[in-house]
Ligand binder design. Structure first.
Ligand SMILES: *Cc1c(COP(=O)(O)O)cnc(C)c1O
Length: 423
């Protein structure tokens, strides 16, 4: 029961985590029980990402979205090279946010034609690398125009560019706003005509800038389909207006993403159906108004988040003034967002379970799982109903495939780095 009625006074619960099956009380990942997988990995803590769930998510999107909508993977959500390699063969493109990510994307064989590069602080060296690689750069400042033009001229190749627009509206109910109002991302919509004029001055399909389109990204972690629908419509209308000033036909129209996944009690999975319907309308309109444009969605979290688990082992079990603490070998230093210290205002629990006691015959007990760090911020699960856990048991944190290992301060307190496996 997740949507409480007005008479229901029970606290909201987590949306059920049904993506991983269980076998004899134990979670199963990639066809292997958790205990066996832990033995295979050789140590805890670790992250495990399930290939079949990555594939299922792509299939689910393909089924819900109109044909012809291109999917890009924003690899900052999970830059593990094996994951990027897996995704690169299943979606149409990879979005990178640094030269380091670009290297991984190219190393794993992503097609440079389908790589795009966004980020508010691209160095001259990174821009030059991007031009040499033949990937597309999302221009986010007037400075980048001149740097890209110089690199294209020097290298004798075109610099493929699109313009990242900071829209004049926000993505409503977004976990993290990345557009609207003053922002470090992109160029304000009202300045874009001037930027396009600057691009036109240095355009040259052989050794200058080659304009390809627009990139509009308004926010992240949104669970409200109607907010995403509204933002995509507004982004499209804005792109139509800006296209009047473009030095070349729009070939690439990135309407962002922002698709969220349910993390906290009371949150419901995103309904893709209205988003698919809206995109079909937009696509039909684009066919006449921007006939060369292909529509791209760039998704990070939504593609990989639900396919991943963080797994740590219980080192100690103790009771402090009546409250049970399960002390684990992993925590904040590997999984900052689960600890509540990556953008949350009020800490809430991710879905957490004792992975080898999924249906405990003795029922559940309220307990807190904490990590080994010497700080009260190191919380894995705060006062949650969990199977009666013993030392050696395995704690799993669901919804951990995105913004996990690479988004955590692994050096803090000098514990070993986390292992990552794709199974
Ligand atoms: C971070 C980022 C994404 C991915 O966001 P998710 O919420 O993980 O889907 C997409 N595009 C850009 C430009 C980003 O910076």
């Amino acid at each position: 029961m997740n949507a409480p009625s007005s008479r229901d006074t029970r606290p909201p619960t987590h949306t059920p985590m049904t993506q991983f099956p269980t076998w004899n009380d134990e979670l199963v990942i990639g066809g292997m029980t958790l205990g066996r997988l832990a033995a295979r990995v050789g140590r805890t803590p670790f992250y495990a990402y399930d290939r079949s769930l990555l594939d299922a998510r792509v299939a689910q999107l393909r089924a819900a979205l109109p044909r012809g909508i291109k999917l890009h993977y924003a690899m900052k959500a999970n830059p593990m090279p094996a994951v990027v390699a897996h995704m690169a063969r299943r979606v149409e493109g990879i979005d990178v946010a640094s030269a380091g990510e670009l290297k991984i994307a190219l190393d794993v064989g992503a097609d440079p034609d389908e790589i795009s590069f966004a980020g508010p602080g691209k160095t001259d060296a990174e821009l030059r690398q991007a031009v040499a690689a033949g990937i597309m750069v999302n221009i986010e400042s007037f400075r980048e125009v001149a740097v890209l033009a110089a690199a294209a001229h020097e290298l004798g190749v075109p610099a493929r560019v699109s313009v990242r627009v900071n829209p004049d509206f926000e993505l409503k109910s977004s976990g993290m706003k990345m557009g609207g109002g003053p922002k470090q991302f992109g160029v304000d919509a009202e300045q874009v005509p001037l930027l396009l004029a600057e691009i036109a001055k240095v355009s040259n399909p052989e050794t200058g800038l080659a304009f390809e389109g627009f990139h509009l990204f308004a926010g992240s972690q949104n669970l409200k389909a109607e907010a995403i629908v509204e933002a995509q419509r507004k982004c499209f209308d804005l792109a139509l207006k800006l296209a009047e000033h473009a030095p070349a036909p729009v070939k690439f129209l990135n309407l962002g993403g922002g698709f969220g996944i349910p993390y906290f009690p009371g949150e419901q999975p995103l309904d893709l159906a209205p988003i698919g319907e809206n995109l079909a309308t937009i696509q039909a309109e684009a066919a006449s108004k921007l006939p060369k444009a292909e529509i791209v969605l760039e998704l990070g979290r939504y593609l990989v988040g639900e396919a991943g688990l963080y797994v740590c082992r219980i080192l100690d079990r103790k009771v402090s003034r009546g409250h049970t603490y399960l002390v684990a070998d992993g925590g904040l230093h590997h999984h900052l967002s689960n600890s509540g210290n990556f953008g949350q205002v009020i800490r809430k629990n991710y879905p957490v379970a004792i992975g080898n006691r999924m249906t405990p015959p003795e029922g559940v007990e309220p307990a807190s799982v904490v990590g080994p760090l010497c700080t009260p911020l190191d919380i894995v699960a705060d006062k949650m109903p969990l199977g009666h856990a013993q030392v050696g048991d395995l704690v799993v944190v669901f919804q951990s495939g995105a913004y996990g290992a690479s988004a955590s301060p692994q050096g803090f307190l000098g514990h070993p780095e986390v292992v990552e496996v794709l199974v």
